[in-house]
Design a protein around this ligand. Structure first.
Ligand code: M6R
Length: 594
């Protein structure tokens, strides 16, 4: 899950590569580097972020180059492990995203043949393999090198004296930006948008040979046509727009994201059965698979579908799914992944399809790998999400799940109308939470002083407690756990006390009374309690230490407003603690490794 980029054209490559790398840093940012090809190859790399690299670069006029921003897998973040990596003669340079399974064997083989590999990385075998196979034909050498590799090898190679970038895609995204007298290659669209809005999505197994004026794509040795797509969102969409952090901007975009996602679904809906792209088939034996925040969306989806459609839903983490003894057969599976590239999800899809399950993907990224792997895709319309912590894409996923369930809802027409009306009003309700930002920021200041926090919720808001805790730990580095309110007394109570606050989601539904009881029990153990409660709740102000007021919505939709408040809470805690909010340590936005 590193970010890679390549440039070839009529301009100096160095500033373009640096700019593009800056846009890819969300994918990994422990070290970075670039290589520029002329008659020779110059490599510049170091630990740290792209801005620091820019300061140590010597200006270079070369018009062909590659760049990399790293999320370490093999070997610690260090200058020697940073990419690009080179061959013995220093004539070939490679940037790579993925993990090479057979790299130990390849390293041994190359060492026996006299190659000296300097780093601990798996990547370094690639330039040496290209060197080994090079007999005057760069393209053939790359193809032969790729043929030796087992694993994920999305990469770009350059060679001294060559006016071509050669790229290969396997298991991670790679997109060609088609420009005017210049072409680019990158792991994600934002890196390309300053130069072109015309892109080609490479597919697994593709090898692309790219010059300033031509793009050739080969699959299994044969040249093939890949469609050129026009990107509809602009660079402005992917910039901070006056907000201090992408995360805050992205939380504030949520009313628009809900509107855009609903508008998109409504515009395509000719009949109720068309709404979801499920083709009107029956909605039975549902399994939902996802990771991280998307998994939490899946857990909310279970409550939505079981409540509305009255069918049992099984939700599993995609990374655990492959370990469960029995793979289900003949089910309707829904996989949720904002990036569309999460390797654990893609592997789960392979297993699902091998057993005859039908797979619907919910994703935010057009043309991502999941869209090709699944039978059908439902897009969320959140626009580019840059902050590593997912916020607006989570809300968009919830909207997709409501929309997916509504056509199958076993409720009367009046209730259905009511639900659709409530759904349409959600942007206004979410805006009310955003307007309450100052109050949430004030509570965050207090919470920032603690080292451990529990989040509790019940029913449909139990996954929201989990997601609130994930947001807090991810960006503020405070240890946080999300629990079902009733579970706390079965063990975690031993940790309660003045130094362990509890954030409780207590918006009103049929779980209100039992959660009030839980809060009384928690208060008896002296833990400070912050609650999310409806504005007309007259019990909580006396019971809790702090109350964040939440507009009342139908309980089914309460996760959307509640998570908005918890996202803001996590944001302001992290800000208070001076954390690098958009790029938390050790994380990456797109997780394309196991
Ligand atoms: O792209 P995906 O939705 O498949 O990503 C899954 C997780 O890696 C992701 O949600 C992760 O947990 C986020 N950093 C959460 O903010």
């Amino acid at each position: 899950m590193c970010g890679i980029v390549g440039y070839i054209g009529d301009k100096k490559a160095q500033p373009i590569l640096l700019n593009a790398l800056g846009k890819l840093e969300y994918r990994g940012y422990d070290s970075c580097g670039i290589a520029i090809a002329n008659k020779s190859i110059e490599v510049y790399k170091d630990v740290g972020r792209v801005k620091a690299l820019a300061k140590i670069l010597e200006p270079h006029n070369g018009k062909v180059g590659i760049g990399h921003t790293r999320w370490a897998t093999h070997g610690e973040p260090s200058k020697i492990n940073a990419h690009p990596h080179s061959d013995c003669a220093g004539k070939i340079a490679v940037v790579h995203n993925g993990t090479i399974n057979n790299f130990s064997r390849l390293r041994e083989m190359l060492a026996e043949e006299g190659h000296v590999l300097a780093s601990e990385t798996d990547t370094e075998v690639i330039p040496h393999l290209i060197e080994k196979y090079y007999d005057g034909d760069f393209e053939k050498a790359v193809e032969m090198a790729v043929g030796e590799i087992d694993g994920a090898y999305t990469m770009i190679a350059i060679m001294a004296g060559e006016s071509r970038l050669i790229a290969a895609r396997k298991d991670s995204p790679l997109i060609i930006g088609v420009g005017d007298r210049e072409n680019l290659i990158a792991s994600d669209v934002p890196a390309l948008l300053d130069y072109t809005s015309r892109v080609i999505y490479l597919e697994d197994g593709d090898i692309a040979v790219v010059s300033a004026s031509d793009v050739k794509v080969k699959q299994n040795g044969a040249v093939i046509d890949r469609e050129v797509h026009e990107i509809s969102w602009s660079m402005e969409d992917a910039q901070k727009g006056g907000y201090e952090h992408f995360m805050l901007k992205e939380i504030h975009e949520q009313p628009k994201v809900i509107r855009d996602t609903l508008t998109d679904y409504l515009s395509k809906a000719e009949t109720a059965a068309d709404l979801t792209g499920m083709g009107g088939g029956s909605l039975e034996n549902i399994i939902i698979l996802a990771c991280g925040t998307s998994y939490h969306a899946g857990l909310v989806g279970k409550y939505i579908i079981e409540d509305l459609v009255n069918v049992p839903v099984r939700v599993e983490m995609a990374d655990e799914f492959s370990l469960s003894g029995q793979s289900p057969a003949g089910n309707q599976a829904i996989v949720i992944t904002q990036s569309g590239e999460t390797l654990d999800v893609l592997k789960a899809i392979k297993r699902l399809k091998a057993n005859g399950n039908r797979v619907i993907a919910v994703t935010n990224v057009v043309g991502s790998s999941v869209t090709r792997a699944a039978d059908r895709t439902i897009y969320t319309r959140a626009g580019p999400e840059i902050c590593v912590a997912a916020t607006k894409t989570f809300v968009a996923q919830l909207i997709a799940l409501y929309w997916l369930a509504l056509p199958y809802a076993r409720v009367n027409a009046a209730r259905l109308d009511e639900l659709v009306l409530e759904l349409r009003q959600l942007p206004v309700k979410v805006q009310q939470v955003l307007d309450n930002e100052a109050e949430i920021a004030a509570y965050a200041k207090k919470l920032a002083a603690y080292d451990n926090v529990f989040y509790i919720g019940k029913g449909i808001n139990y996954p929201i407690a989990m997601e609130g805790a994930l947001k807090l730990k991810e960006i503020s580095y405070i240890h946080a756990e999300g629990y079902a309110a009733g579970e706390l007394k079965h063990g975690p109570f031993s940790l309660l006390g003045e130094k362990t606050p509890v954030v409780a989601v207590v918006t009103q539904d049929n779980t209100y009374e039992p959660i009030v009881t839980s809060i009384k029990e928690i208060k008896a153990r002296h833990s400070p309690v912050i609650v999310l409660a409806n504005e007309d709740d007259d019990v909580m102000p006396d019971l809790a230490d702090s109350v964040i007021t939440i507009p009342r919505v139908d309980p089914l939709f309460s996760p959307v407003v509640n998570i908005t408040a918890l996202q803001l809470l996590a944001y302001f805690v992290a800000k208070e603690r001076g954390c690098p909010i958009d790029f938390p340590r050790n994380l990456a936005k797109t997780v394309t490794v196991e």
